[in-house]
Design a protein around this ligand. Structure first.
Ligand code: HAM
Length: 411
């Protein structure tokens, strides 16, 4: 017996009955981003490992534990992309996009890969849609990208969504705060989880994200970053909040909000959904004003987000019916095949969904097949040249000329 294969752990197949809802989401994202001037970009599924080490950050869980890294036949270290922002910044620098009109506004979708412990809403291959505005430090850009995701979730009808907003300040201004935070963590390091305590020096902010009860208790009295923003960062944050309100986007301020990637500066945000259980974040992002320069480009501020396609679909938890075809053409015998093929081709050119029998079935078998695929109409081509059209819902049957079928069934 040949072995039976299954999709690898943490991956899944998207079956046709699940594809319709996914297509609706991608279309809505494309339209909403397009209406604000975001253009599509696609980057490769793998990149040099060093891009993520440098871009996402060596102290992050993603780089430390979750990357699918392999060596190619030339001995180069490559990594299946765990996220899309570092690759897009790489493309921005590589293609000299700083010479284009700024900001460069990009949107994308595709598969991403993280070696995480699989559970509902968390996979090893998942899909994101995202948007990035590169080349503006204006709070207007923050608000524009946040509004895109807010509009998308509203358009899709995702229930129970909350937008959480925070600010990490600029890199320079954050340094003094981090010293204070590290001192607080060091003073109570015996209460912290091993993971947090190991990373006090390299990534103290992650302590805010910990689910470890001891760490959580320590964080309750921790100094808050929002109280330590410098004037420029505070003003930026204040303006983001005002403009969001002007755009009627509701949000709550979350002083303990942190994110799992190292590149963030100033605004960070997270859309969470109460329908999702443990993996409650549907999408998030923020500013990353230092990343392009860190990847060898000119000093360029930027802001963006990504949302998990599977998480949005899980939150919707409803299947859209696969749209049924418009017409099935049944033939009395193979003599009518040429006519059926020609007519099907013509009607498909006009945008109708038309199927013909591909299995040499009897007339009875063909009619049964038309029922199974739920075709709206069935056209029967007889050997004597006659043709009849049946509306399957009303069961009305009439004799027709094949040339008239288009007008008779066009929706
Ligand atoms: P992220 O928060 O790592 O950000 O991922 C964004 C979204 O991808 C999450 O909110 C979640 O919905 C989804 N996601 C992440 N990991 C998984 C997984 N293992 N399974 C299923 N869904 C997942 C980023 O990736 C940044 N690049 C976002 C960004 C863009 N920041 C600025 N620009």
């Amino acid at each position: 017996m040949p072995p039976k294969f299954k999709a690898p752990r943490g991956t899944f197949d998207v079956l046709p009955e699940q594809a319709a809802q996914r297509e609706r989401l991608l279309r809505a994202a494309h339209e909403i981003c397009g209406r604000s001037g975001y253009k599509n970009i696609a980057t490769p599924s793998f990149e040099d490992t060093a891009l993520f080490e440098r871009g996402v950050g060596e102290s992050t869980d993603i780089v430390r534990k979750e990357m699918f890294t392999f060596e190619d036949k030339g001995g180069r270290s490559l990594t299946l992309r765990p996220e899309g922002t570092a690759p897009i910044c790489r493309a921005y620098v590589e293609h000299g996009m700083h010479k284009l009109a700024q900001p460069v506004k990009l949107s994308y979708s595709g598969p991403f890969f993280r070696h995480e412990r699989p559970q509902a809403g968390r996979y090893r291959q998942f899909h994101q849609i995202g948007a990035e505005a590169i080349g503006s430090d204006s709070p207007l850009a923050d608000v524009e990208v946040i509004t895109l995701l807010s509009d998308l979730l509203e358009e899709m009808g995702v229930p129970g969504v909350e937008l959480r907003l925070g600010s990490l300040g600029s890199l320079e201004a954050r340094a003094a705060y981090l010293d204070e935070l590290k001192a607080h963590l060091r003073s109570r390091s015996d209460e912290l989880s091993e993971d947090v305590s190991e990373r006090i020096e390299i990534n103290p902010l992650r302590a805010f994200d910990s689910e470890h009860p001891g760490t959580q208790a320590v964080m309750e009295d921790a100094p808050q970053l929002l109280d330590h923003l410098d004037q420029a960062d505070s003003e930026h944050f204040e303006e983001v909040r005002q403009l969001l309100s002007a755009a009627s986007v509701e949000f709550v301020i979350d002083p303990a909000l942190v994110r799992g990637l190292d590149y963030y500066t100033r605004t960070i945000f997270s859309f969470v959904c109460d329908q999702l259980g443990a993996q409650s974040e549907i999408g998030g992002g923020g500013r990353y004003d230092g990343l392009i320069a860190q990847l060898g480009g000119p000093d360029t501020p930027a802001v963006g987000w990504a949302a998990g396609i599977e998480r949005i679909l899980l939150a919707l938890d409803e299947e859209v019916e696969v749209p049924a075809g418009d017409l099935f053409i049944a033939v009395e015998s193979a003599d009518q095949n040429s006519k059926a093929v020609a007519l099907a081709a013509e009607l498909r050119h006009h945008g109708l969904v038309v199927e013909i029998d591909l299995a040499g079935r009897s007339m009875k078998g063909q009619l049964k097949h038309a029922d199974r695929i739920s075709a709206a109409h069935v056209l029967t081509l007889s050997n004597d040249g006659a043709a009849s059209l049946r509306n399957r819902a009303s069961n009305e049957i009439r004799d027709v000329q094949p040339a008239d079928v288009l007008d008779l069934i066009r929706p």
